[in-house]
Unconditional design. Sequence first.
Length: 232
Amino acid sequence: MPRASGKAEAETVVLEGAGLKPDPAEVFRYLGYPKDAPVEPRVAQRVEQALEKLLPEIRPRAMYRIYPVLRSSAHRLELPGAVFTGRIGEFLGEAQRAAIFLATAGTEIVAAAEAAMQGRDFLGGLVCHAIGAALAEAMVARTIEHLRGQLGAGEALTLPYSPGYCGIPLEQQRTLFGLLDASLVGVQLLPTMIMRPLKTISGLIGIGPEDRVRAYGNPCDRCPLVDCQMRR
Ligand code: SF4
């Protein structure tokens, strides 16, 4: 549906994650432990040691830029200079603006994981990968928190949606990267659509009237993909 132009487009915002500590429960979840399952002491100890050693060295970052939504339908979302296709039109259909974001754990944690693997310290490598994934998630949470501070009266945020999930084709990464200067946070999109550093999350978050965003609810509650790892 066509939209009024709404608020002016914001400038790019870059967020630093220095001092950010990932939730250990999330690290254990990425290591394959179900919620509330007991964690082997040797694994818990390795996570604690890795966090202590690596947190002062790593540099997680995030960026976002808000665009007005020009038009949307169930399978289309049009922003100035970019069109997303797939179910994103349904998920962000109530949004009048959309924040395009990147959140990365940075290169250091990926390098630590690779060094551990090359040294045949497989548990150490897995722990670093899990910390990296949890850090990228923590930077998404920081992005959401920052975006909440940008909301006008009566506005709310949708959940974040990423290309490759929720019926948004992975190829839409190209569209997303066309809307941001990813070099500001040291992120690259490879021809395979994989991002470098590996522990990076890209996506869109809608901003719309609180009552309509709430009424739409959580699409995961209606989604048939029961095994989806991104289920919220
Ligand atoms: S379960 Fe949720 S996150 Fe996963 S594809 Fe469905 S809507 Fe998307």
